[in-house]
Design a protein. Sequence first.
Length: 393
Amino acid sequence: MNADRSYKPGGDAQVIARIAKEYYGSYRNMFEVHGWPERGEKMMTSQQSHVVQVYGSVRAFEDLHHRTTNLMFPMEAIYAAPPNVWLTSFYGFGPWNWGFLGFTQETARRGFIENSAPGALVVIYGANKAADDERYNVIGILQCSHETGHAQQFMSPAEWLKKETNPDSKGKWNYAVKVERAWRVTPETRMSVRDFAPDATANEAWQHIGARGEKINRKEADNILKLDLQEVDVYGQTPLLHASPGSAREILAPSRAGPVSQSAYSVRESEGPKHLYILRLSGDANAFLGEPANGHLIVKAGFSRSPKSRCDSLNSAFPNLAFKWEVFHSGVEHGLDAYPTSAHALAGEKAMQNVLCEAPHARSLGGEFFLADPIQINKAWEAGNKTAGEFKQ
C-alpha cells in the first residue's frame, strides 16, 4: 500500500479517524456501511488500505466527505453533540407535495431555527389524524435548511388550494422552513414513536411535539439507524431519477462504497439548465380514471434537463401495455433555450400548474398530474414559459 504523501506522517490516519467519527459516528459504522469485514483492533490496521482501494487515496476520501454547503450531513447530524435531530408529527408524509416544515406560530419556527443547525433531521411520526397504519408510528425523515418563507412558496398550487379549503389545515403551518432532502421509512421497519423516542414522548405532550417539535437525545437519535429508508422527492428540489430502499446506515452515509458512482442508492438529476415539459398519458383515459374523461387528457407538468429522458424514466415503471407517457410539449421540441437554473424552471412549473388547476377545464390529480382539455394545456404551456422567461432571482 502506498501512503498518501499529501499528509504529514500519521496525518492520513488522523483524517480517517476524524471522518469516521464526524460522518459515520464510529469506526464500526464506517466499516459496516462499506462492507469491510474487520472489527475491533483489526479496523485500525486495515482502514487505510480499504480507503485507498475504494477511493483511490485518502485525499479523495476526504474530498468526498467535505461539505460543500453549510448543511450538516445526515450522519453528522445524528452524531453531533447534542444530536441535531428533532421529532414532530404530521397527518401524513408527502414532501413531494409539501417541501417544508411548517409551524402555525412564528415563535415556534424561531425556536426551531435558534436551537438547530442547518441540516437538522426532523423525524416524522403519524399524528392522531393520520392513517391507521401510520398513527403514532415513525413514517419519515426530513432534512431542513434554515431558509424560511411562507408555506405557499414550498408547495404546488393544487396542494395549497387543497390545504386552504380543508378546515383541518386552513391557516395552519404557514411559517415554513425549507426542506432539502427527505426519506420515507419502509412500512416493514416503522417503529412506534413511543419505542423510538421514549424520553421525548414520556409525558405524552403530543400537542407540544406537533406544534413546536422536540429535540431528541443521542440514544433516541441512534434509533434512526435501526430503520430502512428510501429517499423521496421534495417539492421544489431537483427530482430523483432513481432511489432504492436500504438500511439507514447506508442511505444516510455521505457517500457510498466503491466506486460511488456505480452503486448509489439514489440518483438525482444534476443542477444546471432546465427545460419545461408537459407529458400526456396515451391510452384510454376513461378506463384509467375509472370515470368519463370527457375528452380531457391526463398530463404531467414539470421541468428537467432532459424531458425525453424523464418521460422514458416514467415509462420504465409501467408495464409495456396500453398506457405510456409521451412528450406533449417540451422546450427542446419547441426549439427553446433551456432556462438557466432550477429556480427559473420551478417558477414556470408553478405557473403551468396554476393554469392546470382552473376548473371546469382542468383539475389536479395530485402532485404534478392533471386532467385538462387541450386548450387549457396549451394555455398552461404558454404561461409557464412566459413566467420562467421573466423570472429574476
